[in-house]
Write a protein that binds this ligand. Sequence first.
Ligand SMILES: *[C@@H]1O[C@H](CO)[C@@H](O)[C@H](O)[C@H]1NC(C)=O
Ligand SMILES: *[C@@H]1O[C@H](CO)[C@@H](O)[C@H](O)[C@H]1NC(C)=O
Ligand SMILES: *[C@@H]1O[C@H](CO)[C@@H](O)[C@H](O)[C@H]1NC(C)=O
Ligand SMILES: *[C@@H]1O[C@H](CO)[C@@H](O)[C@H](O)[C@H]1NC(C)=O
Length: 417
Amino acid sequence: ALETSYRLLVFKQIFFRRFQQMTLTRLQGIADNYNVSYNIDAHFQLLTEQYQNISDNINGFKATAENDLSSLKFWTRKLQKKSKKLDLKVNALEKAVNDINRQQTKDKKEQKNQITSLFANKDKIEANVQILQEAVNGQRVKVDQFEEQVRTALQNDVKGFFFFFYNAIPTVSFLCPFLSVTSSKPPQVTLLLSQLFFTYTSGLVCNVKSMLYFPNSSTDDYVTFKKGVSTGIHELSICTWLQVGSGYLGTMLSYATEENDNKLVLHGRNSTTQTSIHFVIGDPAYRELPVDSLLDGKWHHICLIWSSIEGKYWYYIDRRLVSTGSKFQKGYEISPGGSLVIGQEQDSMGGGFDITESFVGSLAGFAVWNQALTPGEVSGIVMGKGLPRGTIITLDDIAEVKGNVQHIACGCLEYCF
Ligand SMILES: *[C@@H]1O[C@H](CO)[C@@H](O)[C@H](O)[C@H]1NC(C)=O
Ligand SMILES: *[C@@H]1O[C@H](CO)[C@@H](O)[C@H](O)[C@H]1NC(C)=O
Ligand SMILES: *[C@@H]1O[C@H](CO)[C@@H](O)[C@H](O)[C@H]1NC(C)=O
Ligand SMILES: *[C@@H]1O[C@H](CO)[C@@H](O)[C@H](O)[C@H]1NC(C)=O
């Protein structure tokens, strides 16, 4: 449009130039024919002025038009530059697309190769998948069993559940998938689990393994051990938790050999006046140990330590040393090969029980060491730390549980009832 109007103006300019010439020529002619020379000058003056005005206008317009044109040219150049840049960009894009295509083709080829090699190893892979599948199935069966047991235990009672839970804890690898499974369990189960796990890991006494419960006095109720005393003993520690509500403390332990039925005895008897039990090391040598504080039906911990080096003994109740002394025979040896019984006093090896001397109550965490424990070790046991090394007998070594005695896995003392 701009160009068109500009052309029109140029045309007008040319036209006016011709018109001026023609006018002058004609006026000259008129002047020649008529005596009008007196106003020609005036007319010519006016015409010249008009022309000048028009010329000025045209010039002005020309200037603007030229400006417009130059700016148009400027923008055209810019546009050209821009389009050049765009071209470059498009080229770069094209190149990139080509590169990508080439890479994709290459990748496809590689994938093809891999797939080919995968198919080549198909049998191997299938075998591995089979193995994995079997492992997963095995794990699932385990988890299912675990869940089933948990459910049964929950239905029975919390105690039973905890026993099971405690027993499951050492198999951590087994427990881990179980714990992750619990998130899909009803919230109360998860809550109970976390509470039990918390109490297990908090400051409870969880080194007791299990407990023995003797419901009433009977010569049928006793416990024997798989392991005996295999070598001569010169130092000894016997520790156990005790719960006695029968008003007297019967015979906790007796060790009888062929030559002496009272090699080692913690001997008590049902009598209305009982204030002590006899700690016998090689009859007739014995010491009296006070038991009044043990007969309140609550759990108490006792440790009895003996060393033949100086013939000394130490008797702890609930970490406190309540009596100590010497005058046991120095260098005495408890000989091997005898019969160890919990709950009865043997008058012959493995028999000759007396109902009034039988044990009534509960024992938990019972253990024997063939060394003298230190006060710190005694404390550690009571505080629920791990058992000191060197046990020769624990409740894990039980051979037979006779009569109405119940052997209950409880793990933590707080869950032994
Ligand atoms: C034209 O007019 C002027 C005065 O107005 C006169 O002197 C002259 O003679 C005239 N010329 C002709 C050719 O008539
Ligand atoms: C020429 O333009 C001037 C100013 O723009 C104006 O005064 C004058 O009358 C114009 N002359 C004619 C013959 O149009
Ligand atoms: C001893 O306790 C058991 C189990 O509690 C019971 O079955 C039995 O009858 C009791 N015996 C006596 C003599 O009380
Ligand atoms: C202990 O002896 C008394 C009297 O002889 C008897 O009444 C009581 O039942 C006995 N205790 C146990 C637990 O057997």
